[in-house]
Write a protein that binds this ligand. Structure first.
Ligand code: ADP
Ligand code: MG
Length: 238
């Protein structure tokens, strides 16, 4: 079943670890059919924010709605979200098909693993070879297949290009555009400003846990534009 288009809205979302305020009162909206880019220096709270959207991290304050429904650690909310984190999140001793079948079982959904592998350009892999023997780029492709298998309406990427070579990075850009075209809410945390600039429909910049910029992009950005906005907003160089 395809979910109706709905915005993801955060109201006053904060996260405190002990006495450290990782995220402070973030009010933000992310829309379907858009690539929502999140930038910010190390430690700004980007992964914390994405973890909260993935319902993996529980916010200390505030609330999140997806359309008219709360987004929290429930099975229904988790079914709406696909997450590709720093770590591919795969079972290294299992092959590609076994990984996909395992996650399909966890999500309780019927999938065609071969079609998914083809979608991420992995139809040629030896299906029984343990995933730990894959290159990082291949693992990242499989991580995306895993994130897509339950057809999530919200797709979250945390520095997905960090370990990719230029071919992998170009492939990732095409995937982000395809997922936007499929009407998903695409949220991407990245430091690869040149790659993400022309794809960005909506830009968020975090600084010390606070929202320093949160606005739609009117005309396509270049890497130079994005670096300028980033530097002006954060005071940090790129
Ligand atoms: P970013 O992804 O922007 O680099 P993070 O969201 O990972 O930032 O971290 C924001 C801040 O919260 C950092 O100061 C980090 O050390 C702290 N932090 C993140 N996760 C935890 C955790 N599980 N326990 C304690 N502190 C954390
Ligand atoms: Mg991070």
């Amino acid at each position: 079943m395809t979910a109706p288009p709905a915005e993801l809205h955060l109201e006053g979302v904060g996260k405190t670890y002990g006495r450290h305020r990782a995220l402070v009162s973030v009010t933000a909206t992310f829309s379907p059919g858009r690539i929502n880019t999140i930038l910010g220096p190390n430690g700004a709270g980007k992964s914390t924010l994405l973890g909260i959207l993935a319902t993996l991290v529980r916010p200390t304050t505030g609330s999140i709605r997806w359309g008219d429904k709360p987004l929290g650690p429930t099975a229904a909310a988790r079914a709406a979200v696909g997450y590709v984190g720093h770590d591919p999140g795969l079972y290294g001793d299992l092959g590609a098909l076994d990984n996909l079948n395992l996650f399909a079982g966890l999500y309780g959904c019927d999938v065609d693993p071969q079609a998914l592998l083809a979608q991420v350009g992995l139809s040629h892999v030896e299906p029984l070879a343990p995933v730990r023997t894959y290159s990082r780029g291949m693992q990242q492709r499989l991580a995306l297949a895993r994130a897509l298998l339950h057809q999530p309406a919200i797709l979250l990427f945390d520095e997905p290009s960090a370990a990719l070579d230029p071919t992998g990075a170009a492939w990732l850009s095409a995937q982000l555009a395809a997922q936007r075209g499929a009407g998903r809410i695409v949220v991407v945390v990245t430091h690869d400003l040149d790659a993400v600039a022309p794809l960005t429909d909506h830009l968020t910049i975090l600084r010390r846990g606070r929202l320093a910029h949160h606005a739609p992009v009117q005309t396509a950005l270049t890497g130079t534009d994005l670096r300028r906005i980033y530097t002006e907003t954060t005071g940090a160089s790129t």
